[in-house]
Ligand binder design. Sequence first.
Ligand code: C5P
Length: 231
Amino acid sequence: RLTPPAAGGHVVITAGPTREALDPVRYLSKHALSNHSSGKMGFALAAAALEQGFRVTLISGPVTLATPAGVTRIDVTTAAEMHKAAMRLAPESDVFIGCAAVSDYRAAEIAEHKRKKTDDNTLTLTLAKNPDIIADVAGLDAAQRPPVVVGFAAETRRVERYAQDKLAGKALDMIVANDVSAAGLGFGSDDNAAWLLWRTGSGTESARQPPQPKTRLARAVLQRAIALLPA
Ligand code: C5P
């Protein structure tokens, strides 16, 4: 059991996928037409943070999971909505965890009516880039930036190396890098294996978490994040 955090500690977590409308009946998500994010890891993190005595807010995209009792949940659909909620809550959070599978792009224009199929064999869509939510949270000025910002990365190779790049590139304090190439792990499953990488005064440290239930991995992630909180 960990030491309870200082009273009033607040953990904010983004979870699940985002959806970007193309027209009134269709949407894009991060992984184009399929959707890999069940939200399980984000919800497990929320439960683990609650267990540690934190106040917890989940900013969740569309998922079919039950909200852990005691967690405040803000439902969003698009990356823009998730971004807005994240930027509003970031200044009042102690630990901010970006676990959502945010769609990197959205339709540049949402059609007012259902797009009709044509005889053409190709379809050209113009997409606009979505904001990088976790990078924007981590880039807030010192007065507003959460003391600990944690991101996730899903890689299929050179997991530690790419995670290192993302840690630096997004100015995070810690990153949880899943190896999603392993069968039965990651997207949609109940188990996960991961590398945890975190910044120290002088460089980066890392620890490998073997395959384990997401609920257990969530506790390990939280324990490490709490250790990064300033005394
Ligand atoms: O760059 P990539 O999508 O692999 O980075 C994953 C991390 O960045 C996750 O923590 C995810 O929640 C976050 N992210 C975000 N906003 C985006 C894209 C990713 O917060 N637009």
